[in-house]
Design a protein around this ligand. Structure first.
Ligand code: RP5
Length: 214
């Protein structure tokens, strides 16, 4: 058995880079992760905390699953598994073709102690901004530990939701509509604290806990 699937994926990315599609039709954000075992952290899950997928869809982005046929939303993202150690050639191609493929920001997550996908992607894709997500606490140092001149922006372990917010903040510099969505999100967040604080106080601690715990 050979590496047909990997080779086909690399070819696909290279062809897309050469296709010169209009920027409005290409994904704005590229989400990559070292393994599909990172997906619950990177996308978000019912049992765990919400992730980048949840954040972006809440802000009105749609996932683009066909490069040639974008979804209706003006703002889109794509998702791939790209392993720095198992498929360095795929990591290289993804990072090198990202700008030509119309990606404006990359969110890259990896777990384990050698979480090299975010930092290597940042080096290869430079000057495209890369937001690193350490999938586990033990991945933190290898994600953020970049030498001077080779920057990466990173979030705390597991906080891919914040990575998506940061990516949207970058895009919002050019898109007033996204700025408004971010402001609305923040107002809702603030108001949620107001609601919960009032309810806790007015219901009293035992009744509040009972309602919360079902
Ligand atoms: C890292 O190794 C991946 O990002 C993942 O977090 C970890 C384990 O990968 P699997 O063995 O589950 O594929 O490179």
């Amino acid at each position: 058995m050979g590496t047909e699937n990997l080779d086909a994926l690399i070819d696909r990315l290279e062809r897309q880079a050469e296709s010169d599609r209009p920027n409005a039709e290409t994904p704005d954000i590229g989400i990559i992760m070292g393994s599909d075992s990172d997906l619950d952290v990177m996308a978000g899950s019912e049992e765990g905390r919400p992730g980048a997928y949840d954040c972006l869809t809440e802000l009105g982005f749609e996932e683009q699953t066909d490069y040639e046929s974008p979804p209706d939303s003006e703002f889109t993202f794509e998702t791939y598994v790209v392993s720095a150690h198992r498929t360095p050639e795929l990591m290289y191609t993804y990072a090198e073709t990202a700008a030509e493929r119309g990606i404006d920001v990359i969110i890259a997550g990896a777990g384990g102690k050698s979480a090299d996908l975010p930092n290597m992607t940042a080096s290869i894709a430079y000057p495209l901004p890369v937001i690193g997500v350490p999938v586990q606490e033990k991945s933190l140092q290898s994600v953020i530990g970049m030498p001077q001149g080779a920057p990466i922006v990173a979030v705390d372990a597991g906080k891919s939701f914040n990575a998506a917010l940061s990516a949207t903040q970058i895009l919002a510099r050019e898109h007033a509509e996204l700025r408004e969505r971010l402001e609305t999100y923040h107002e809702e967040l603030k108001d949620g604290v107001g609601t919960v604080s009032t309810e806790l106080h007015d219901m009293g601690t035992p009744a509040f806990k009972q309602r919360r715990d079902g």
